[in-house]
Design a protein around this ligand. Structure first.
Ligand SMILES: Cc1cc2nc3c(=O)[nH]c(=O)nc-3n(C[C@H](O)[C@H](O)[C@H](O)COP(=O)(O)OP(=O)(O)OC[C@H]3O[C@@H](n4cnc5c(N)ncnc54)[C@H](O)[C@@H]3O)c2cc1C
Length: 501
C-alpha cells in the first residue's frame, strides 16, 4: 500500500517513551491526528519517575545531550524549548573513579582535558587529540545526516559503507581508543560511553566513539525539575498541538483490516476500547510489538523469530535512595569502575551468571537541583549493568535487597557513612524491565548496537511487510539513548510525511 498523501490521516503511537513522544509531536505538528497510548500511569517509558517520602527519583535517563533533538520538536511549530523548561549544563560531565583511588574529571573544555591527560600520561596527550579528531570524523560521517535518516534498502547501507569502512567501523570502540592512548584508565575513560546505549565497548562498532565528540561539542545537560519535568514538557507541547494521551491504557492487540481498499489498524486496548487508524507508530519494545501486538500476522511472526536470534543488550539493576544529609561534594554524574574492566564486561555480555563484582554509575541530581529532595537531603540513584534475563537466570526477587546493600557499601568511598543516612530506597531489576516495560529478556536498551544489527540491519523504521506499521525508539534505527530515540522519531515521521519513499 502507498499511504494516502492527505493531511487527514490518523495515527496511533504505542508508548510514550522519548521516541514515542518525539514521533507524536512530529505527527501532530504535521497535522496528522494522533492518539498516544501508554500502558503505565505516567508518560516517559524508561524516563518514569518515583516520588517517595518527599524525594523525586528520575527512573532512567539523566545525561541529556544533543539538545537540538529536543529544541527541534518545539521549532516545528515556531516555539522555543527555553520558554517551557531550563536545561542546566552539568560540569564535570562525569567524574571517573577507579578502585585504586585514581580519579579523572571528564570535562567539555579541551585544554582542561588535555592538561589532565598530560599530567597522568604525557605521551597520551597528543594521542588523545588525534582520537578527538577521529571521533569528529566519525561524527561527521555517522551522525550528521545518518542518525535521523532511515535505512530502508541495502543500497542505503552500501552508499555509506565506503566512508565508514575507511574509518574502520569494523573495529570495536575499545580497540580504536587503544590505538590512540596507552594508559589503561584513559582507555576505559574514553571507551565506556557505548555502555550508555547498551553496547559492550569491546564488541560495539567504533562508530560509537562519536558519543565522545557529541558530548564535547554540545555538552551534557540536566533539566530543571529532573528528566520527568522534561517528559511533562513534551506532553504539554503534544497536547497544545491537539494530541490525545491515554495513560494507563495498554494496547493488547492490533488487527489489520481492509477498508475502502486500504489497510487500516484496529487497536484494542486493555479497557475494552477499539479504534481504527491509518497507521501505527510503535514505541513499544520491538519484540513485544511483533510477538504480541501483531501476533496474528505471519510477517510479524517472521520478525519475531529473527529478533529471538538477535543479540540483546544488557540489563540494569538500579537502586534509588534518599539521604537525611546533603552529599554536596560529589559530582552530578560519577562512574565508579570496579577492579575488572574487560573481564567484567565479558561476564555481563557473554556470561551466564551474575558477576560478584560491579562497575557503577552514580547519579546525584541534587548537586544541580535541590528541589528534588527535602531541604538538607540528597536524592540519588546508582546503577550496575547486569546480564539480561536470557543470559543469567538470576532470582532477582531473592537477591535484590542484599545486592543493593553491597552496592551501598561500595559507594561509601564517595558518600561517607551512606548506609547510616539512607531514609528511603527502592530498586528495579531486569525483572522490572520485563514486567513494567514489556522489555524482551528484561533488556534495558533493546537490540544490541552491534555493526551487524545497525542501520539497514536493525529493525526498520517502516515495516516493509505490514502496510502502515512504523517503529520508533531504541529497537529501531539509530538505536537507544535519548539522541538515538529522538532521531528515530525524525527518521520515522519524515518517512511517513514523504509517503514512505
Ligand atoms: C536506568 C537507565 C538510565 C539511562 N540513562 C540514560 C542517559 O543518561 N542518557 C540517555 O540518553 N539514555 C539513557 N538511557 C537510555 C534511554 O533511557 C532509552 O534508550 C530511551 O529512553 C528509550 O526510549 P524509547 O523511546 O525507546 O521508549 P521507552 O522508554 O522504552 O518507552 C516505551 C514505552 O512503551 C510503553 N508500552 C510498551 N508496551 C505497550 C503497550 N502494549 N501499550 C501501551 N504502551 C506500551 C511502555 O510502558 C513505555 O512507556 C538510560 C536507560 C535506563 C534504563
Amino acid at each position: 500500500m502507498v499511504d494516502a498523501p492527505s493531511a487527514d490521516r490518523s495515527a496511533a503511537v504505542i508508548g510514550s517513551g522519548f521516541g514515542g513522544l518525539g514521533a507524536a509531536i512530529r505527527l501532530q505538528s504535521a497535522g496528522i491526528q494522533t492518539v498516544l497510548y501508554e500502558a503505565r500511569d505516567l508518560p516517559g517509558g524508561r524516563a518514569y519517575v518515583y516520588h517517595d517520602d518527599g524525594f523525586t527519583f528520575d527512573a532512567g535517563p539523566t545525561v541529556i545531550t544533543a539538545p537540538h533533538t529536543l529544541t527541534d520538536l518545539f521549532e516545528l511549530t515556531d516555539r522555543r524549548l527555553e520558554d517551557y523548561i531550563r536545561l542546566i549544563e552539568v560540569t564535570p560531565m562525569y567524574r571517573l573513579i577507579w578502585s585504586d583511588g585514581d580519579r579523572f574529571d571528564y570535562v567539555r573544555d579541551e585544554a582542561t582535558m588535555v592538561e589532565q591527560i598530560r599530567a597522568r600520561s604525557p605521551r597520551d596527550a597528543e594521542g588523545y587529540q588525534r582520537f578527538f579528531q577521529y571521533a569528529k570524523k566519525v561524527f561527521d560521517k555517522g551522525y550528521t545526516g545518518l542518525a535521523d535518516r532511515p535505512f530502508l534498502r541495502f543500497s542505503d547501507m552500501l552508499a555509506v559503507s565506503p566512508s565508514l569502512m575507511r574509518l574502520r567501523a569494523d573495529r570495536s570502540v575499545y580497540n580504536t581508543v587503544a590505538k590512540y592512548v596507552k594508559d589503561d584508565h584513559l582507555r576505559q575513560a574514553l571507551s565506556f560511553h557505548s555502555l550508555l546505549v547498551g553496547g559492550n565497548p569491546f564488541q560495539t562498532s567504533s562508530i560509537y566513539t562519536l558519543i565522545h565528540f557529541l558530548e564535547r561539542e554540545w555538552g551534557v545537560y540536566f533539566p530543571e525539575g529532573g528528566t520527568h519535568a522534561l517528559v511533562r514538557t513534551l506532553v504539554q507541547l503534544y497536547e497544545e498541538l491537539g494530541g490525545e494521551l491515554r495513560l494507563s491504557t495498554p494496547v493488547k492487540g492490533i488487527d489489520l483490516i481492509t477498508e475502502g481498499g486500504r489497510t487500516r489498524h484496529r487497536v484494542s486496548d486493555g479497557k475494552g476500547g477499539q479504534d481504527t487508524f491509518d497507521m501505527v507508530v510503535s514505541n513499544a519494545d520491538v519484540h513485544h510489538t511483533y510477538s504480541k501486538l501483531y501476533a496474528s500476522s505471519p510477517v510479524a511472526q517472521r520478525r519475531t523469530r529473527k529478533l529471538e536470534k538477535s543479540d540483546w543488550s544488557m540489563s540494569l539493576f538500579v537502586l534509588y535512595f534518599g539521604t537525611d544529609i546533603a552529599y554536596d561534594d560529589v559530582a552530578h554524574h560519577t562512574i565508579l569502575f570496579g577492579p575488572r574492566y574487560k573481564g567484567l564486561l565479558d561476564d555481563i555480555f557473554k556470561g551466564n551468571d551474575l558477576p560478584d563484582d560491579f562497575s557503577l554509575y552514580l547519579h546525584v541530581p541534587t548537586v544541580t537541583d535541590k528541589s528534588l529532595a527535602p531541604e538538607g537531603c540528597s536524592a540519588a540513584y546508582v546503577l550496575a549493568p547486569v546480564p539480561h534475563l536470557g543470559r543469567a537466570d538470576v532470582d532477582w526477587d531473592a537477591i535484590a535487597e542484599a545486592y543493593g546493600d553491597r552496592i551501598i557499601e561500595a559507594l561509601e568511598v564517595e558518600m561517607p557513612d551512606l548506609s547510616k543516612h539512607i531514609v528511603t530506597r527502592r530498586h528495579i531489576t531486569p525483572k522490572t524491565f520485563e514486567s513494567e516495560l514489556a522489555a524482551f529478556k528484561g533488556s534495558a536498551f533493546s537490540v544490541a548496537p552491534k555493526l551487524t544489527q545497525s542501520a539497514y540491519f536493525r529493525p526498520s523504521n517502516k515495516d516493509s511487510g505490514i502496510p502502515g506499521l512504523y517503529l520508533v525508539g531504541a529497537g529501531t534505527h539509530p538505536g537507544a539513548g535519548l539522541p538515538g530515540v529522538l532521531n528515530s522519531a525524525k527518521a520515522t515521521v519524515d518517512l511517513i510525511l514523504s509517503n514512505g519513499r
